[in-house]
Design a protein around this ligand. Structure first.
Ligand code: HEM
Length: 107
């Protein structure tokens, strides 16, 4: 039960970081596009902008796979691969902002 409570808290925190949160910095797709290398690796997943520079080298699926999507929208690639709840929960750590409304695909 303790685990369940902790888990639920984690999920609600995750859901708290919404693309509609006005406090998050907003970026255009073209801002993300200029961070397309292993030295500076930004990506969009579900309209949120992430800086994976610190993580890319440690990706269990290899850095090459992630690098293909550096500077781009990786939503489909991320969802199509077998990513666990733990992998999804890791995303928040790298969140730096959201896309501006005009560039969003989902919300
Ligand atoms: C950008 C596109 C991405 C692609 C194409 C991709 C692909 C993959 C693949 C193929 C594996 C399986 C490796 C294996 O079992 O040998 C994997 C595992 C994993 N990836 Fe990714 N990945 C991406 C992004 C990410 C991101 C952004 C994170 C987290 C910040 C992440 C975290 C993980 C973790 C933790 C695993 C280990 C298995 C798991 O816990 O799900 N990946 N990835």
């Amino acid at each position: 039960m303790d685990f369940l409570r902790r888990f639920t808290r984690q999920i609600s925190f995750k859901n708290g970081l919404s693309v509609h949160d006005e406090k998050l910095p907003q970026y255009r797709l073209k801002d993300v596009a200029s961070h397309c290398t292993i030295e500076s690796c930004w990506m969009v997943i579900r309209d949120k902008v992430y800086d994976f520079t610190e993580f890319i080298e440690y990706h269990p699926g290899g850095y090459e796979l992630m690098l293909e999507y550096a500077g781009a929208d990786a939503t489909t690639a991320f969802d199509e691969k077998p990513h666990t709840i733990e992998a999804n929960a890791m995303l928040d750590k790298y969140l730096i902002g959201v896309l501006v409304k005009e560039d969003r695909m989902i919300s």
